[in-house]
Design a binder for this molecule. Structure first.
Ligand code: PMP
Length: 435
């Protein structure tokens, strides 16, 4: 009772004092007061298994990360125009996880800032403005990022693609434009990139670059098909465009088999943008690029960022990298994540509403469909709300909002998986989903 009253009061205050352009999760909003590892606790001390938050990468309030931040906060926090060891150590340790070509770091405070800076870099390097992007891609909340995010400009309140943005279809082999029953589907998807390039050159313009996530998140956990990225990078580079890998959601060990999502595709991007997991909840993001791209960018307008790369952020980032390593979390993401995908595929054979299960490591999802491939949107929303009632948090997404996304902190355990599967099966048996 007391909690219900508190929650209503907070909702009332939010309505009065906060911007309204933001939805609250769940039909019955949660009042979360504490987090620890892969769990969140509400004001009645009820525990929820968090399968949404890929920001709390190594776990909510991980003690080693909290300590690193507290200790540095008590000593010094300034901008990067002074010399400080934390900054260079962090840059060393971060680049050590990347292919050797990606050797120069720029630290910023959010995924949007990272992609915004990446855009400045491709424009400064190529002298062009045109970008090729994937349908339903999301890259951030700033003006520049919105202009390359079909999820936004083709969505609610959007005004369609800007003149310099060329959208190619989501290479979704399940319910996309070309599907797995078409042996030439991947080739056809790549053909759209060639067409986009042609329409740019026909206007007498050059290509600035191409941006994509290595597994598309907002589009509904869509892994890019085999060789797609490799072929697209070739096309983009054939006229001097630069390739950006947006690793804001998928990076840092989450995909299990590799540390970075793009490595699943055997490519090396020109620019990598890193966000959410890097600070484990502290606002920290990065743009890592090649010596040549960094050099050309630096010959133009200076880039200064008041907070980016401050010693507190760097101490936190270093702690996150070291926890991933020391606790073997990439290996955990691989083992538990692949088991989870296997178990879900097993459930798919019993519950036809599960149309597709896909992903890598602990970045996966399943899509609900009815009567062939009709999106089961209401059912997906119902499922996530019922799971919340049972103590498991998961989110829905995709252009039809019928995909359940799974992207928990990567300390998610085999026991958590058992708990999740038990609750999921209970909900799948409920009338609303059974019919
Ligand atoms: N890129 C991707 C792929 C994202 O998912 C997001 C955020 N959801 C961003 C960029 C922007 O990051 P931020 O919200 O930290 O600005």
């Amino acid at each position: 009772e007391g909690d219900k009253h508190d929650a209503e009061k907070i909702i009332e205050q939010r309505k009065k004092r906060l911007g309204r352009s933001l939805s609250i999760s769940y039909q019955r909003p949660l009042h979360i007061v504490r987090g620890f590892k892969q769990y969140l606790y509400d004001s009645t001390a009820r525990r929820y298994l968090d399968m949404v938050n890929n920001v709390a990468h190594v776990g909510h309030e991980h003690p080693a990360v909290v300590r690193a931040g507290q200790e540095q906060m008590a000593v010094l926090n300034t901008n990067t125009r002074y010399l400080h060891e934390e900054l260079v150590h962090f840059a060393e340790e971060l680049t050590a996880t990347l292919p050797k070509e990606l050797s120069v770091c720029h630290f910023v405070n959010s995924g949007s800032e990272a992609n915004e800076l990446a855009l400045r870099m491709v424009k400064a390097n190529t002298g062009s403005r045109d970008m090729i992007v994937l349908e339903t891609g999301y890259h951030g909340n700033t003006n520049g990022c919105i202009d390359i995010s079909s999820y936004k400009f083709d969505g609610k309140g959007g005004k369609g693609a800007p003149e310099c943005t060329h959208v190619v279809p989501t290479p979704d082999l399940f319910r996309g434009l070309y599907r797995s029953d078409d042996a030439t589907a991947i080739k056809k998807y790549i053909g759209h990139v060639e067409q986009a390039l042609l329409s740019i050159t026909e206007r007498g313009r050059g290509l600035a670059g191409f941006i994509a996530e290595s597994i598309m998140s907002c589009a509904g956990q869509i892994p890019l098909p085999q060789d797609y990225l490799k072929e697209v990078y070739k096309i983009v580079r054939s006229i001097g465009g630069l390739c950006i890998a947006d690793e804001v959601q998928v990076g840092m060990g989450r995909v299990g088999e590799k540390f970075w999502g793009f490595e699943l595709h055997d490519v090396v991007p020109d620019i990598v943008t890193i966000g959410k997991p890097l600070g484990n909840g502290h606002p920290l993001a990065a743009v890592v690029t090649t010596e040549a791209v960094a050099e050309r960018f630096a010959s133009g307008m200076e880039y200064f960022n008041t907070f980016g790369g401050n010693p507190v952020s760097c101490a936190i980032g270093r702690a996150v990298l070291s926890v991933v390593r020391e606790e073997g979390l990439q290996q955990n993401a691989l083992q538990v994540g692949e088991n989870l995908i296997r178990e879900l595929k097993q459930l798919q054979t019993q519950y036809p509403i599960i149309g597709d299960v896909r992903g890598n490591g602990l970045f996966s999802g399943f899509e609900l469909v009815r009567q062939g491939l009709m999106p089961a949107t209401e059912e997906a929303v119902y499922l996530s709300n019922r799971m919340r009632d049972k103590g498991v948090l998961m989110s829905t997404d995709g252009p039809d909002n019928n995909v359940l996304k799974l992207k928990p902190p990567i300390c998610f355990s085999a026991t958590d998986m058992e708990f999740f599967l038990e609750k999921l099966e209970e909900v799948l048996k409920e009338d609303f989903l059974k019919l």
